[in-house]
Design a protein. Structure first.
Lengths: 321, 236
């Protein structure tokens, strides 16, 4: 894991008066699958375009596999397999014809090209559509053609801009599996705003907001950072006053943490309890409810999830977190 | 060089997967047929002078339709991003695109060989001016195609690219048609900048190095500007 494949330093990009990216620095090692997360317009695509040498940063630089994006853009491009947003492909070409074109552009030819073509067609399960024109393919197949063209030259680094957007859940699952497989040997950066996807696919998450990197962690650590789990009990009010209920639970967990809300359903009270440490409060809550003659309708444990963290980090609400 | 040929080959083949190439070829052949045979028997001469006169004008109008999408369409659909992020230089992309459309233009020229061939069966055709005329068409066409590619590099809208390319190439074609209205000093300069002035001497059978240099210069200049436009994307 000491092998740095992507080394971005102080990347900054201005589009006229708009600053799309501010001093973004990060490193990605060999064999890492990194999720690049952020709301639309946060600078994900800009960063990817800079790394692939499609645009140049206004300040800062990056090295891909040791090659600098300014000094040796050709070597950088050789090291990268890239899938841009919305998978732009030549729709008038046949799938195989297109992959052959990309292979040739990537310096493959003859038997080597044929062998690689067979391999990527198999990896991306494109066998049934190689003779079809790309324009006729479904979104899922197009996405796979996009991945196949990114993989054809066996690049050490893959940069995928929203590889799963617009796919149905089955297609997304297949692509996710494929990316995970690819990520075993290669370095992958993928951008997305789908958080559950990040959790299953990526070992590390970079969150970017308004052009700035606001978090760089594993999904689990990020979730842990956001705070302790909460226990949420739903009770039937049954004539008990709010203060009665509060008293019933006052001995459990962190005393300050008992909060009630009246739910939409009449006669129900929702109580939230936060433990002092990481202990499980569910048994205590049940017993306290029984002791106070309260009817417990529901009890669940809620961890702070990625969605919350994402929202906190990218709306400025949790800027201090 | 390999990359240029790969890009050019792809471009060339993709023309035949879409309608534009067929439409342009049909329109060129039909208008040429109409104007050529219209007067051919009136003159009663086994000559292709008239064919070259018409063809040079028709192509100035038709070729921008072939170049309008070269980069504009790639920019609109985003495929340019994949093309540029392959290990190629901008110059290779421009030259490849140019070569691809030049190939299609060569096919079009070969199709028009039907005219000199049929004329030669009707009378005694002097093939010398025919070949120099074709050389002239190839060179003038290159200049028009390069201008079209340049226009296509400036926008992501094919129609704007078409309009700009048409305006520029028609302008350079008609430059020597209004000389009578101008003072002589300006007239000779403008005449020298006109496509048709250089082309007509070649269609008469005169291959002058200056005409070759003129067309080569226009082509190279337009391609260089296209290269600049494509490259400027990195810094915008």
């Amino acid at each position: 894991m000491t092998d740095v494949m992507i080394d971005a330093r102080d990347l900054t990009k201005h589009y006229g008066p708009v600053t799309a990216l501010k001093n973004a620095s990060f490193q990605v090692h060999r064999g890492e699958v990194v999720g690049f997360l952020g709301p639309n317009g946060a600078g994900k695509t800009t960063t990817m375009k800079i790394l692939t040498c499609f645009i140049a940063p206004s300040a800062g630089t990056a090295r891909i596999g040791g090659a600098d994006i300014f000094e040796d853009p050709i070597a950088v491009r050789e090291a990268i397999g890239y899938l841009p947003e919305n998978t732009p492909l030549y729709t008038e070409m046949l799938t195989l014809e297109y992959l052959e074109f990309v292979g040739k552009m990537r310096g493959l030819s003859g038997a080597g090209l044929q062998a690689r073509l067979r391999r990527v067609v198999e990896e991306t399960s494109l066998g049934d559509v190689i003779g079809k024109s790309i324009g006729e393919l479904s979104k899922g197949f197009r996405q796979r053609v996009g991945l196949a063209q990114a993989l054809i030259h066996e690049p050490p680094v893959l940069i995928l801009d929203e590889p799963m957007s617009g796919l149905d859940p089955n297609q997304a699952a297949e692509i996710r599996e494929l990316i995970r497989e690819i990520g075993r040997e290669r370095t992958v950066i993928l951008s997305t705003h789908n958080l559950s996807e990040v959790r299953v696919t990526c070992g590390r998450v970079l969150i970017i907001s308004q052009g700035e990197l606001v978090a760089d962690d594993t999904p689990d650590e990020l979730a842990a950072r956001a705070g302790k789990p909460r226990f949420v009990a739903t009770l039937r009010q049954n004539g008990h006053s709010a203060s009665d209920i509060r008293k019933a639970f006052s001995g459990i967990g962190d005393a300050q943490s008992v909060t009630e809300q009246t739910s939409a359903a009449a006669g129900e009270v929702i109580v939230e309890l936060v433990p002092k440490g990481t202990e499980d409060l569910r048994a205590d809550i049940f017993q306290a409810a029984v002791a106070a003659n309260l009817v417990l309708l529901g009890l669940e444990q809620r961890g702070e999830n990625l969605e919350d963290i994402f929202r906190q980090l990218t709306t400025g609400a949790g800027a201090s977190a | 060089m390999n990359h240029i040929l790969t890009i050019g080959g792809r471009q060339f083949r993709s023309y035949f997967n879409g309608p534009v190439a067929y439409i342009v070829i049909c329109i060129v052949m039909l208008t040429l047929g109409f104007f050529f045979w219209n007067t051919f028997f009136l003159y009663g001469r086994a000559s292709t002078r008239e064919m070259f006169r018409w063809l040079s004008l028709i192509l100035v109008f038709a070729l921008p339709a072939l170049t309008m999408g070269l980069l504009a369409e790639e920019k609109r659909t985003g495929t340019i991003e994949l093309l540029i992020t392959m290990p190629v230089t901008e110059a290779q992309v421009i030259l490849g695109k140019f070569l691809g459309v030049l190939g299609l233009y060569a096919v079009l020229l070969v199709l028009t060989l039907a005219y000199p061939i049929s004329v030669s069966t009707l009378g005694n055709l002097d093939w010398g001016p025919v070949w120099s005329g074709y050389l002239g068409l190839l060179l003038q066409g290159s200049a028009v195609l390069a201008i079209g590619l340049m226009a296509s590099s400036w926008t992501d809208n094919q129609l704007i690219a078409l309009f700009v390319a048409l305006t520029l190439s028609v302008f350079f074609w008609v430059l020597d048609k209004f000389l009578a209205l101008l003072p002589t000093s300006a007239a000779s300069t403008l005449e020298w900048l006109s496509f048709d002035y250089h082309f007509q001497s070649m269609a008469r059978g005169v291959v002058d190095l200056r005409d070759l240099v003129f067309f080569f210069s226009v082509t190279a200049f337009a391609l260089a500007l296209a290269f600049r436009a494509l490259e400027s994307r990195r810094w915008s």
